[in-house]
Design a protein around this ligand. Sequence first.
Ligand code: PLP
Length: 439
Amino acid sequence: WTQIPGDGRAGANSRALFNAAQFVIPGGVNSPVRAFKAVGGDPPFIRAARGPYLLTEDGVTLVDYVGTWGPAILGHAHPEVVDAVCRAARDGLSFGACTAGEVEFAELLCRLVPALKGGMVRLVSSGTEATMSALRLARGFTGRSKIVKVDGGYHGHADFLLVAAGSGAATLGIPGSEGVPAATVADTLTVPFNSAAAVEQVLEQHRGQVAAVIVEPVPGNMGCVPPRPGYLQELRDLCTREGVVLVFDEVMTGFRVALGGAGQRYGVIPDLVCLGKIVGGGMPVGAYGGRRDIMQHVAPLGPVYQAGTLSGNPVAVAAGLATLQILARDDPYAALEATSAALAAGLSARAAKAGVPVVMNRVGAMFTGFFRAGEVHDYDDAKASDLGAFAEFHREMLTCGVYLAPSQFEASFVSLAHDAAAIDHTLSAAEAAFAAVAR
Ligand code: PLP
């Protein structure tokens, strides 16, 4: 198919599929953000993906910055990964038993991720399972029940983490979804991102009761927000002082902001780390692990139960293993940084030229342009963005053949397959899109 991007708005085929989907799938989607509610219009349906491009069911090519929400760091359908998956599939799709591949994978993870060095790791099938299991473990290990999370931080859809509490001082959890009993989130405390003082206050207020502080070291689910210098180390010090398990949710940042994730990039080692997305190379894989003395509490070694029929699935492990082996072999992070920096600078320049206020936040190959003036350090800052302007920009970009995450509160991802042609196309599309927003 052609690599010349076209108008990606839902055409006749996508619209017909979406109509059919809405009858048999709630909202027509299997994950809410795919419905394009925040930007309007129907979503294009995707038939195939290769390199930095998507092919829609309307036969249109798009430059993709969603990258299947993070995993596609090598670009789509990387031949070595696809070969590894096909080889594994021919030997059987699932055994529910021990395999050599999962040992090799776990050993590689323990070599690459600083928090896993000298520790242990358990494979699961999604990021949600990774965070849910890590926090059960933290509670089992400490014998405490309270969890501290960041306002606007997303850690999957486990009941007790679906908390949309107010920012400012720590707030007792209020369920962020119907169907979550108040009692389930009563032990979930929230604090604003980038304020170690807020965490300190909560830990003092609930001394001896907090099992874990969980944080995305670079949040991507309020849009991309870098940690202030020293913030992560302050969290580390506070947790050590108070006997609290520090959990980095690196489902998004793992293998993205550095080979060893944010822990490596910022030189701060949590007690437990949660992985997802890139770790499965596009297949359903998650993982949690860290300190050996904590991981020894996981069943069957210890009393904290956690299990999975498809955990360590051989086909999924083959995809993850091939992906991480390529990243470890090629060490492409300097190139990825350069491409991402050039793209972000180009987008900022075009916004400025059109007179549209945009704050460009970027860490490595993840970025968000917030449609506002001033800086974005936490969820409150992110929420002060002009959502109407973002939605218009998104629609214009899609019209010009560029597929961005359909929400202001998401990060976009650059892959190793984004070459000069893809970046150039993106920047000329952005020039037109910012001009449309300015009108
Ligand atoms: N944690 C973070 C930081 C995420 O970004 C996500 C998903 O976007 C999750 C956890 C949940 O992962 P999954 O969707 O694989 O359950």
